[in-house]
Design a protein around this ligand. Sequence first.
Ligand SMILES: Cc1cc2nc3c(=O)[nH]c(=O)nc-3n(C[C@H](O)[C@H](O)[C@H](O)COP(=O)(O)O)c2cc1C
Length: 184
Amino acid sequence: MKKILQLNSSSQHISKTRKLSDLWIDQLFDKGDVVVQRDLTGLPIINGDWMVANYTPDNELTVEQHRILELSNQLIEEVQSVDILVIGAPVYNFGIPVALKAWIDLIARAKKTFRYTEEGSEGLLMNKKVYVIYASGGTPMGADYEFVTPYLRHILSFLGLTDIQFIDGNNNQLPELNQLKSVS
Ligand SMILES: Cc1cc2nc3c(=O)[nH]c(=O)nc-3n(C[C@H](O)[C@H](O)[C@H](O)COP(=O)(O)O)c2cc1C
């Protein structure tokens, strides 16, 4: 039994990455698997109070600081609890959508998802497969002005998520995806 986390970050009602992620998960899915869906749109942006709470030792946190970190803790536990992540990554203004960046900012926490050792940084989210579903209105995946895949490869690897496969939603790699040609 596998546990799959589906992360959607599209701001559009008719979303190519959502449809492609659904189809990708249909392919992966075996009887008994569990899919957890998380819509990242509307996630809060980290602010000063959040930063202070994040840098406060766990045993010194106030009740209010516990509350401030609650969502971040929940999102981290959600990632820790799954075997596979399927991340919808639309290209917005040549980078990732703000919703996906908000999620990354909320889960990238020292001593929880990464740490620094004498040898350098070490990611703590390990042994998970990541599929990133890429879609754009024309920016080819891998173009030198495309900042979605290099950024995601770097930050996910930094967090320990090194087993990443990028699926180019513009270049339908699955026969089933052809039906989505009309969705842009
Ligand atoms: C705010 C916004 C910015 C976009 N910026 C780009 C861009 O820089 N390059 C590009 O090729 N397509 C761009 N697009 C088109 C989207 O990448 C395209 O619609 C893709 O299907 C997005 O995935 P989604 O349908 O899941 O939202 C943009 C779309 C939106 C809504």
